[in-house]
Design a protein around this ligand. Structure first.
Ligand SMILES: *[C@@H]1O[C@H](CO)[C@@H](O)[C@H](O)[C@H]1NC(C)=O
Ligand SMILES: *[C@@H]1O[C@H](CO)[C@@H](O)[C@H](O)[C@H]1NC(C)=O
Length: 436
């Protein structure tokens, strides 16, 4: 009886799942920088291990959302999914690897694994890493870097950085910390670390985490607006704009409300920033193929949903993720528990919490100028409207044709007239009296 009761609770509590959004980090990749003597995978590219990690995540998600919860069918349909990657090889390939796990039959002929993945120029990607492309975001970090609080917190690690520099024979400082910590992480996977290197790696990892808590602040509204103003709007207010934020001719309430699965294949930075903006207490750097999940639940039909609420999940511990034991629910800031499901937050409470910080497409210019601080806003102005109807275009053509004919006739007339004049001149010189 008891197991049945549990089963019943499990099934009914998910009966109203409408859609799921995922912010993912790409899988295992080559390092951003290397140590001369180490032979590591190709810099920055997704490795076969990274692809496998994403396939595994995709299979896990299929089991949950397709097999168990029947959110969308097993056969691929572009109607069901929205897939967006930042403009990097590793995130685009991670997206397609995850989809290969999600749709084992593929999307192409002969079950080919071939999926459309939307991407945006790095310079224009306000969803993935706007704190790196917005002058205001960059400024915030520049100020933080010289603040006493930051300097005091980081000075604890001075000795350890010096030690690492000696050990690796490179310059590990606060600007290169992330790269060398990552090179060591990569070496650990591909070749192994000796005990001294392992100890140094652990120290650098702590130093990096401390630095990242400053880099991704959870108490700075300006930073939250820059970083997650566009993404949170897509997640909690409306749905992704099909061609990204900067495209001019899109409608705000696009049919994406009907997409069941929305994958944002991005970076550790995107995952970190998202979690910090939600005031999740993040214990360590997001591992490869880490996923933040937002489940949107409601009863009733679009657009008249009743009791909408959101459930948030993240798996903080890489090891349990590898055991196939993904995702622990968490409670973000501003959450008012849903009366329908104690693990969920009412959509209303989440919208209230972030209402002043998010930017719909209609506020594109405000976001770009006031929040992001971009000066090149003209680039994003809507393209001039061109009419494509047959009528006016045809009229233009006819007008041009008529003018052309008139021009041709006049040329011929003038030419023949001139010929006549010259003939007359030859025949009768008095016609043009010559003054000798
Ligand atoms: C991405 O992959 C392509 C080949 O598909 C390669 O030519 C290119 O160099 C890679 N880009 C980067 C930035 O690594
Ligand atoms: C974020 O969480 C911490 C505790 O983890 C809390 O002290 C703080 O008030 C929270 N901030 C907001 C804005 O909710």
């Amino acid at each position: 009886m008891i197991p049945f009761l549990f089963l019943w609770i499990f099934v009914t509590s998910f009966a109203d799942l409408i859609s799921v959004s995922l912010i993912c980090r790409h899988g295992d990749r080559g390092p951003r920088t290397t140590v001369p003597t180490w032979d590591l995978p190709t810099p920055e590219q997704l490795t076969p291990l990274g692809m496998q990690q994403q396939v595994d995540v995709g299979e896990f998600l299929r089991k949950r959302y397709v097999d168990d919860l029947r959110l969308f069918p097993t056969e691929y349909s572009s109607k069901d999914i929205y897939v967006r990657a930042s403009n990097y090889n590793r995130t685009i390939m991670s997206a397609s690897s995850q989809l290969a796990g999600l749709y084992p039959k593929g999307a192409g002929p002969n079950n080919l694994y071939n999926y459309p993945v939307l991407t945006e120029l790095k310079h224009d990607d306000f969803v993935a890493r706007s704190f790196q492309i917005c002058p205001t975001g960059i400024d915030i970090w520049e100020k933080t870097k010289v603040s006493q609080k930051y300097l005091d917190a980081m000075s604890k690690y001075d000795e350890q950085l010096k030690k690492a520099s000696k050990l690796l024979n490179v310059d590990v400082n606060y600007d290169t910390l992330e790269k060398y910590q990552n090179a060591m992480e990569c070496r650990k996977q591909y070749g192994g670390l000796d005990p001294a290197q392992e100890e140094s790696f652990q120290e650098l990892s702590h130093a990096l985490h401390t630095q990242e808590l400053f880099y991704y602040p959870n108490d700075n509204k300006e930073w939250l607006k820059v970083t997650d103003g566009v993404l949170f709007y897509e997640l909690f207010y409306d749905n992704p704009a099909q061609d990204g934020m900067v495209t001019a001719n899109l409608q705000e309430k696009i049919a994406l409300n009907k997409k069941k699965y929305r994958l944002y294949s991005m970076h550790d930075s995107t995952v970190f920033a998202t979690l910090r903006s939600l005031n999740y207490s993040i214990p360590s750097h997001p591992y490869y193929a880490a996923v933040v999940i937002f489940e949107f639940h409601a009863s009733g039909e679009y657009p008249n949903y009743k009791n909408p609420y959101v459930k948030f999940y993240y798996q903080p511990d890489e090891q349990s993720a590898r055991n196939g034991d993904l995702w622990v629910p968490f409670t973000p800031r501003g959450c008012v528990k849903s009366p329908v499901d104690g693990d969920g937050c009412t959509l209303d409470s989440i919208q209230k919490e972030f209402s002043g910080d998010t930017f719909p497409i209609s506020q594109r210019e405000k976001y770009l100028t006031e929040v992001c601080g971009r000066k090149d806003v003209d680039r994003y102005a809507p393209a001039p409207r061109t009419t494509t109807k047959g009528g006016p275009k045809m009229l233009h053509l006819i007008l041009i044709a008529v003018l052309g004919i008139l021009l041709a006739v006049s040329v011929v007339l003038i030419f023949t007239r001139c010929q006549k004049i010259f003939k007359d001149r030859k025949a009768n010189k008095e016609y043009f009296p010559i003054n000798n």
